[in-house]
Design a protein around this ligand. Structure first.
Ligand code: NAI
Ligand code: HPV
Length: 537
């Protein structure tokens, strides 16, 4: 049986499915209508899968994510992730990825088509022609020209920017609101920058929505904001239905203030046939969430999501994650060796550092300080917390939220000052005034622990270790060797350090097997031994 199982519960392109199936370690269950028609079956199945691929019809909610006990990743073949309970995924250590670029053009084209169709009554007029009402429809469906009209774009990201370019070709005057749009970017795009959504909507003849659905953007178009637009304005929405207060839009169209709307998305999908907006008549165009439904977009997002999930499961590469930092192949190659080192430093601190610490600071020295180390720090924190939690409860996805709940801060710092090593990772636990630090580096290709509590050592990063604080006097290492030998423990490596100021020494002995509690008690009882810890890293 393959190592990983992937469930695909919405329709994605066959090429994407094939990209997954061709990997020998991956088994795929591709059930395209599971999310839309048989969602009630998912709770009984999801525990079998390591990864889950969806579009917008499947709703990975908190209950399903909790049932996915093996689940490590949810891949969204598309952009909007409002159908996925992101917090629940993060809490359960499940990475969520989307494919942000694959359907941009298709969606911009769909939104633009909706604007043209709505301005010229294409949908209702087409229906009348089919009914034989050609002559009557010529009278009824007088349109609106877009030339010279003022267009408000709310959300000037990928799709909004593509829409704006097309609108400029139609000689529309574009005003945009987006909290991340700078004046320089607005100038480059040749659009007017509005300081607020209200400023963009005031005096607009058309509004098109391209923002994600969040608590902040829900009902961004409501009675008040619609009233700011010019009389006879059009509303275009190819983003998410929940961005519009639908009863308010209906009332605005009925009053004649808003002339009509072109909608690809609805607050509840699928909408019922008696949806209040469907009886409005002129200047309305409705499509069934088709923004991303082109051959090109589906191929793009299907392949992208499949490759992202495949690479995450098989190599650890993280692309387009929305609930943790990403780590692409190039970055993984750069910092990959430091991940194992960080895990050992975290485990060591769990053994040697103060309990219930206030903070873990991970500092990077040398060229490493210039690299993307966010996941190295998270790995150290994960190893620290794993020591006190059952297997699998904490991972790099949920670790920062678990730490925050515990009141433990993760602090990252980069220090350019030279050290004896080309690159150095220092992990320091703090509790009040108490600090405990360990450090490691990579020598050649070999990761080494080089410092424990400010004393220089040189040990492997994996193995079984005896770490002893002892009086700095003759005979102690010999006594430890005798005790280990009597327990049939073979010494693999020995590292000694001394602190001249307090007369203490640090002895780190790597042995071939875990140290028993009985042996540890004898070691602690040895004269001259101040403290002794056994650690398996
Ligand atoms: N109908 C369909 O089939 C499709 C719909 N979509 C929807 O379109 C949305 C936009 O997609 P992209 O342009 O690719 O995403 P994007 O992330 O490139 O752009 C979204 C923009 O919205 C901005 N934004 C966030 N909060 C805002 C606020 N309160 N006011 C104004 N701007 C705000 C962001 O700064 C960002 O620039 C997606 O979130 C998705 O819901 C996307 C693809 C297909
Ligand atoms: O990518 C998006 O955000 C979309 O809304 C596309 O949805 P779909 O994959 O067609 O269900």
């Amino acid at each position: 049986m393959a190592k990983y199982r992937v469930l695909v519960s919405d329709p994605i392109s066959e090429i994407g499915v094939a990209a997954l199936e061709s990997h020998p370690d991956i088994d795929v269950d591709f059930i395209p209508d599971l999310g839309s028609k048989n969602a009630d079956k998912i709770p009984g199945m999801i525990a079998d899968y390591d990864a889950w691929i969806v579009r917008s019809q499947t709703k990975p909610n908190a209950e399903l994510i909790a049932k996915g006990t093996k689940l490590r990743a949810i891949g969204r073949a598309g952009v909007g992730v409002d159908n996925i309970d992101r917090q629940a995924a993060t809490d359960h250590g499940v990475i969520v990825m989307n494919t942000p670029t694959g359907n941009t053009i298709s969606t911009a084209e769909q939104a633009f088509t909706l604007m043209l169709a709505t301005a010229r009554n294409i949908g209702p007029a087409h229906a009348e022609v089919l009914k034989g009402n050609f002559v009557a429809a010529r009278k009824a469906y007088q349109g609106i020209e877009l030339n010279g009209k003022r267009l408000a774009v709310l959300g000037m990201g990928r799709i909004g920017s593509e829409f704006a370019k097309r609108a400029q070709a139609f000689n529309m005057q574009v005003v945009a609101y987006d909290p991340f749009l700078t004046q320089a970017r607005a100038d480059q795009l040749k659009v007017e920058l509005a300081a607020t959504p209200e400023a963009a909507l005031t005096g607009a003849d058309v509004v098109t929505l391209h923002v994600p659905l969040t608590d902040e953007t829900k009902h961004i178009l409501d009675e008040k904001s619609l009233a700011l637009m010019n009389k006879g304005a059009l509303v275009i929405n190819c983003a998410r239905g929940g961005l519009i207060d639908e009863p308010a839009l209906k009332a605005a169209i009925e009053s004649g203030h808003i002339a009509g709307c072109g909608l690809d998305v609805f607050e509840d999908e699928p909408p019922s046939a008696d949806h209040p907006l469907f009886s409005l008549g002129k200047h309305v165009t409705f499509t069934p969430h088709l923004g991303a439904s082109t051959n090109e977009a589906q191929e793009n997002v299907g392949i992208q999501v499949a490759e992202q999930i495949r690479d995450f499961l098989t190599t650890g590469e993280i692309r387009n994650a929305i609930n943790m930092p990403s780590l692409d192949a190039a970055a993984l190659a750069e910092v990959g060796p430091y991940l194992d080192l960080a895990a050992s430093l975290g485990k060591l601190l769990a053994k040697l550092g103060p309990e219930n610490p206030d903070s873990l600071r991970v500092s990077y020295h040398g060229p490493l300080a210039q690299k993307d180390t966010a996941l190295v720090s998270r790995t150290a924190l994960t190893a620290l917390l794993e020591a006190s939690r059952p297997d699998g409860q904490v991972n790099i996805v949920n670790v920062t939220s678990i730490a925050a709940q515990m009141g433990l801060d993760l602090i990252e710092s980069t220090i350019n000052a030279a050290t004896e090593y080309n690159e150095l990772v220092v992990a320091e636990l703090r509790k009040g005034d108490v600090r405990y630090r360990v450090a490691g580096t990579i020598i050649g290709k070999s990761p080494r622990i080089v410092e424990i509590d400010r004393l220089y050592v040189d040990t492997n990063i994996k193995g079984h270790f005896l770490i002893v604080r002892n009086d700095d006097r003759p005979g102690i290492v010999g006594a430890l060797g005798t005790l280990l030998g009597n327990s049939n423990q073979n010494i693999a490596n020995l590292s000694l350090a001394r602190n001249k100021s307090d007369g203490n020494a640090l002895t780190v002995i790597e042995v071939d097997a875990p140290l028993s509690e009985e042996l540890m008690s004898s070691i602690r009882a040895t004269p001259g031994v101040l403290s002794a810890t056994g650690a398996t890293l």
